[in-house]
Design a binder for this molecule. Structure first.
Ligand code: ADP
Ligand code: ADP
Length: 218
């Protein structure tokens, strides 16, 4: 079954076309990287999938739902690039805010994420007091708090040192059945988190396939 369907996206900012004829389908449970250089259109594509911005033309379906609908938002966990949790709220209050937003009453999941990501010792810190890496980990915890079926992750390993990357990779690997679209400009990051890759450049998908195929092309 298709979890994500995208057809003929066109997106302009002013007179500049940033997405031009993007089409793809992601089956439920598939894990895709959106690999491409800075400015290729990765973040814009993810924002459209997450229902944050609308394309000028084209169609997007999230399990049959419009991406701006509440039905789609319930299915999706979105990690923005340079994610910035509420600076004046503590780590645990940022998570509590997400619990309210997501209608989650049980605190076990939030606790578990604090432990898994080794954020428990910072629970009383305001987000503004965290290092950039710990801020990124908090944003990841906030994005996956409701155990989303569909994860849209924009440069998820940014700012993380190697031990933190390992924690985060392990967390994402626990989402075995979920569908992933992960944007990155780093091939090794894509390879660690996903099985398949779309290469995007200048607002168009240039290539789609497996990592084995991509590597064998040299
Ligand atoms: P990537 O994530 O691959 O680096 P983006 O989707 O962020 O690429 O950006 C694609 C292009 O759109 C870039 O040229 C960027 O400068 C431009 N762009 C993105 N957001 C905006 C915006 N809000 N206003 C104007 N131009 C934008
Ligand atoms: P990094 O991720 O670079 O290790 P941390 O956020 O863990 O950065 O902070 C580094 C050190 O500074 C830690 O020992 C942490 O306890 C301390 N620290 C950071 N922010 C605060 C704060 N607001 N109050 C007290 N100590 C802090």
């Amino acid at each position: 079954m298709e979890c994500i369907k995208v057809k003929d996206l066109l997106k302009r900012y002013g007179n500049t076309v940033v997405l031009n004829g993007i089409s793809f389908e992601v089956k439920c449970g598939e894990k895709w990287a959106l690999l491409g250089p800075n400015g290729a259109g990765k973040s814009t594509t993810l924002k459209i999938l997450a229902g944050l911005i609308k394309p000028d033309k084209g169609e997007v379906s999230i399990k049959g739902h419009d991406p701006t609908s509440l039905d789609a938002k319930r299915l999706i966990g979105y990690l923005p690039e340079d994610a910035d949790p509420f600076p004046a709220l503590t780590v645990e209050d940022n998570l509590k805010f997400m619990m309210v937003l997501r209608g989650i009453k049980n605190e076990d999941r939030a606790e578990k994420l604090l432990e898994l990501l080794e954020l428990d010792k910072y629970r009383k810190y305001k987000a503004v007091e965290l290092s950039r890496g710990n801020k990124q980990k908090l944003a990841i915890a906030m994005a996956v708090l409701h155990s989303p079926e569909i994860l849209l992750l924009d440069e998820p390993l940014n700012y993380l040192d190697i031990p933190s990357q390992d924690l985060v990779i392990e967390l994402f690997r626990s989402f075995r059945d979920s569908t992933f679209v992960v944007s990155t400009h780093i091939m090794s990051v894509a390879d660690k988190l996903t099985h398949k890759v779309m290469v995007i450049s200048n607002g168009s998908i240039k290539w789609m396939g497996t990592f084995e195929e991509l590597k064998s092309m040299g």
